[in-house]
Design a protein around this ligand. Structure first.
Ligand code: MN3
Length: 204
């Protein structure tokens, strides 16, 4: 089954003034669609290689699979992590876990903001649950797929590629990161946290 571009779960202008309508249209309709198409193309090529037993091009296609696959899934999480009634702080189990793993919500937020603001080139700020570690991790991912810790389940993603903010914020990525906290949909993040932690812990 081919992957499809899911519609935004809200209107293109729903996140204004923090993220503008034009950025959302270009970002979702053009950029995200490109990753979906790239992922489908990579999977089709790999299937053809398996059928023909000709793996001469496998290295490049595996690279494309990782790039476009991570790009697609990261964006799905990113859109759902935001909403027009966002902001504030997480309650419940997620709030408690953040307190436990980072000391306080403010320490987590400062850590996440700094990690996202300083990703070299393009990439993502990420909060994820690592079942093997048994705790939350802030990660700063170059491109869509590098500098991860395998097994970490992303629950909060912040896109810091220039296409995510340059029309409104130009080179001021930290200002975009600060504004983004106002549109975080913590209910969605908490749902993802509950789903991730329900997997059997494999603490090592
Ligand atoms: Mn993007």
């Amino acid at each position: 089954m081919a992957h499809a571009l899911p519609p935004l779960p809200y209107d293109y202008k729903a996140l204004e003034p923090h993220i503008d309508e034009q950025t959302m249209r270009l970002h979702h309709d053009i950029h995200h669609k490109g990753y979906v198409d790239g992922l489908n193309a990579a999977e089709a090529k790999l299937a053809a290689m398996r059928d023909s037993s000709d793996f001469a091009a496998v290295q490049a296609v595996q690279r494309a699979l990782a790039f476009h696959g991570s790009g697609h899934f990261n964006h799905v999480i990113f859109w759902e992590n935001m909403g027009p009634n966002g902001g504030g702080t997480p309650a419940g189990d997620l709030g408690s876990q953040i307190q436990k793993d980072f000391g306080s919500f403010d320490k987590f937020r400062a850590h996440f903001s700094a990690a996202a603001a300083t990703v070299e080139g393009n990439g993502w700020g990420m909060l994820g649950w690592n079942p093997m570690a048994g705790h939350l991790m802030v990660l700063a991912s170059m491109n869509h797929q590098n500098q991860g810790v395998h097994g970490t389940i992303p629950i909060l993603m912040l896109d810091v590629w220039e296409h995510a903010y340059y029309l409104k914020y130009q080179n001021k990525r930290p200002a975009y990161v600060e504004a983004w906290w106002n549109v975080v949909n913590w209910e969605n993040v908490a749902e993802r946290f509950d789903a991730a932690t329900s997997l059997r812990a494999q603490s090592t």
